[in-house]
Design a protein around this ligand. Structure first.
Ligand SMILES: O=C(O)c1cccc(C(=O)CC[C@H]2O[C@@H](n3cnc4c(=O)[nH]cnc43)[C@H](O)[C@@H]2O)c1
Length: 231
């Protein structure tokens, strides 16, 4: 489970009580939970999240215990009115919303420039099972390098991505690292603030972290039974 910051990592870890120990790797520390997943605080933003996740994936592969699933988890902004503060969102699409080029005619995704990808798709059956177990909303989660801070930007993103429920800053980077290792990816977000005009008084980070712990508590059986060869 890859989060951005230690508070998110600890919120996920609280869903899996019991012993754990830390393994220090170059640039990132992996917390191995005895009766649960490995969790790490990979850093804020897609680049650092990708680098840290790739390090953890490589270390696991080199020790002969490769991961069979990577989950990007944390808090997020929710698109109004689809994903209210406190709600849980599971991504059926992880899309880099600002990876591309600006033109006089609007934004061109990097794929239109002939490069790479802008979307990763988590396994549909797993997304369905996670949503059923947790009650999470299902839709697109956007990855941005700049937090949306105006109503105009929120409306623009909503127009470009009508299926978007939430935006955060790491999912696409985590998904790129997972894809490089041929490992499936999920993104699960708890909404801490609305996407729109900057208003720090509107943040409900404590509520979102509690929703994350509650959601992952319900997920344990789903994740334990996940076997990518079945999907
Ligand atoms: O200073 C601000 O106006 C501001 C507004 C929202 C979030 C931040 C952060 O620094 C948090 C970034 C951190 O949390 C995730 N996150 C939470 N809400 C959002 C959001 O609305 N848009 C994008 N990312 C969000 C993100 O994944 C980072 O890890 C500051």
């Amino acid at each position: 489970m890859t989060t951005a910051v230690p508070a998110e990592r600890d919120a996920v870890a609280r869903a899996f009580p019991g012993a754990s120990h830390e393994v220090a790797l170059p640039g990132v520390t992996v917390v191995e939970i005895a009766a649960g997943p490995d969790v790490l605080a990979a850093g804020v933003g897609p680049a650092l999240a990708a680098a840290s996740t790739a390090t953890a994936l490589t270390a696991a592969a080199l020790t002969g215990r490769p991961y069979d699933l990577v989950v990007s988890a944390g808090i997020a902004g929710g698109f109004v009115p689809h994903a209210p503060v406190g709600s849980l969102v599971v991504a059926d699409e992880i899309t880099a919303a600002d990876l591309g080029a600006g033109t006089a005619d609007g934004f061109l995704p990097v794929t239109a420039l002939g490069f790479g990808t802008v979307t990763h798709l988590p396994p549909a059956t797993l997304v369905r099972d996670v949503a059923a177990a947790t009650g999470a909303l299902t839709g697109a989660v956007l990855t941005v390098s700049t937090v949306t801070g105006t109503a105009a930007r929120a409306a623009h993103l909503g127009d470009l991505h009508p299926r978007a429920l939430a935006e955060a800053m790491e999912g696409f980077g985590v998904a790129e690292a997972a894809a490089a290792h041929g490992v499936p990816v999920l993104e699960i977000r708890a909404v801490s603030n609305p996407v729109g005009p900057r208003d720090r008084d509107a943040w409900r980070i404590g509520d979102a972290l509690a929703a994350l712990t509650e959601g992952f508590g319900k997920l344990a059986p789903v994740l334990e039974s996940w076997n990518r060869h079945d999907h």
